[in-house]
Design a protein around this ligand. Structure first.
Ligand SMILES: *Cc1c(COP(=O)(O)O)cnc(C)c1O
Length: 399
């Protein structure tokens, strides 16, 4: 079929097809296929290889057996909305009204799509950090809105005040943040969050913050949710998900919280995307959100140990490793190994070393930053044995 087919114009305008009109396999699919072909340890895509807490899994089985198999209420079951609200208050956000300020979604992915579709007109503008999670650009492109970025700079991948001020202005409709940050593992400093929120407030923009890694912050550091940032009050939507916190990425239970008027706008769109989802998983996620503090602390400690193991292995293999302060990921710059093109090097590494990663440039299309071009993202949400094996393979590998 030719690129001229009228039905391809929307995908084409959103940058989702190649010049010949074919839809592109994502870099995640390509690297996973290569990992399988070369029997590599797959540190590419970010899904855990261990099940979540048994209380949570058991609750889902029990819910199916006890008949929670039909459409749940549009905004989510009242008990899950109550659990989300309790959980937010327990972890540093202002109290929420579960009736009006909480919406359950089909994963964080739907929350992001529904929020952007609801709040951004085709002549609107969305500001994101760069690098960014790939679904952001796809949805902004499908809306036909403008996408402006704030580059993350330095080994710490922080936004700079001058870049914040330059990106957020009178034409900004939504500032879409991701904190803790995928792919870089950075956690945005609270004073920079305040600057972003103040700038958005000055221009009437809404801040949407994707916080799916809110519990996976390391070294005992505190995490500041956008809902606790003073200038974001009354104009911020917070998104999270069961996927990463409870290691159930296949369940697709997410949530979005914030001021009633904004949530109502998101509901208006969400009802025509999925209507509802995951009836038996909703009570199970409520059980997860009510687990004691120790669960959340332990989950981050286990991941922190794996981060340390992988980061040390990457350093020993000659990479310049950025500090990962949160998320499932660490960024390693291969420039000290003489690498300029990270995408080519990622393919080389999966074939010759047997370790799969994702080139950082896949998350920053159009970036000319040489450090982004030469860097790779590695996932450490894997069993100890997988991390240890990848470290052995990296240390045996010489370019
Ligand atoms: C994994 C991930 C998501 C998707 O979460 P789901 O709940 O599975 O839809 C969204 N945002 C970021 C940054 C992620 O890493």
């Amino acid at each position: 079929m030719s690129a001229m087919e009228p039905w391809r114009r929307s995908l084409d305008a959103a940058g989702l097809v190649d010049a010949d009109g074919s839809t592109r396999p994502t870099i995640f699919a390509e690297m996973s296929a290569l990992a399988t072909a070369h029997d590599a340890v797959n540190l590419g895509q970010g899904f855990p290889d261990e099940d979540g807490p048994s209380e949570v899994l058991d609750a889902a089985v029990e819910a199916i057996r006890s008949g929670a198999n039909q459409y749940p209420p549009g905004r989510g079951t009242p008990d899950l909305r109550a659990a989300i609200s309790e959980h937010r208050a327990r972890f540093g956000s202002p109290a929420l009204d579960p009736e009006t300020e909480v919406l359950v979604t089909a994963g964080a992915t739907e929350a992001i799509a529904a929020a952007l579709l609801a709040l951004v007109p085709p002549d609107g503008e969305v500001v994101t950090l760069s690098p960014f999670y790939d679904s952001y650009a796809a949805i902004i492109g499908l809306i036909g809105a403008r996408h402006t970025t704030i580059p993350l700079r330095g080994a710490d991948f922080q936004p700079e005040p001058a870049d914040i001020d330059a990106a957020i202005g009178p034409s900004t409709t939504v500032v879409l943040l991701n904190n803790p940050h995928n792919p870089t593992g950075s956690v945005i400093a609270p004073e920079l969050l305040e600057r972003i929120a103040a700038r958005a407030a000055a221009h009437g923009a809404v801040v949407v913050s994707d916080e799916v890694y809110e519990h996976l912050v390391f070294d005992g550091a505190p995490f500041t949710p956008i809902a606790a940032v003073p200038s974001a009050r009354g104009r911020a939507l917070s998104i999270s998900s069961a996927a990463k916190t409870f290691r159930v990425t296949g369940w697709k239970i997410g949530w979005i919280t914030g001021p009633a008027a904004l949530i109502e706008a998101v509901v208006a769109v969400k009802q025509f995307l999925t209507y509802v989802n995951g009836a038996p998983f909703q009570p199970a996620v409520a059980v997860g959100l009510r687990l004691p503090d120790a669960y959340f602390t332990e989950a981050s400690l286990v991941l922190q140990r794996r981060r340390d193991l992988l980061s040390a292995g990457l350093r020993d293999a000659g990479f310049a490793v950025s500090p990962s302060r949160g998320s499932y990921f660490v960024v390693a710059d291969a420039a000290p190994l003489g690498v300029e093109d990270g995408a080519a090097f990622a393919r080389e590494l999966v074939r010759d070393a047997g370790v799969a990663s994702i080139p950082l440039a896949a998350f920053a299309p159009g970036s000319s930053d040489p450090a982004i071009r030469s860097s790779l993202r590695f996932a450490f949400c894997r069993r100890d044995e997988a991390i240890e094996e990848s470290v052995r393979r990296l240390s045996a590998y010489r370019r």
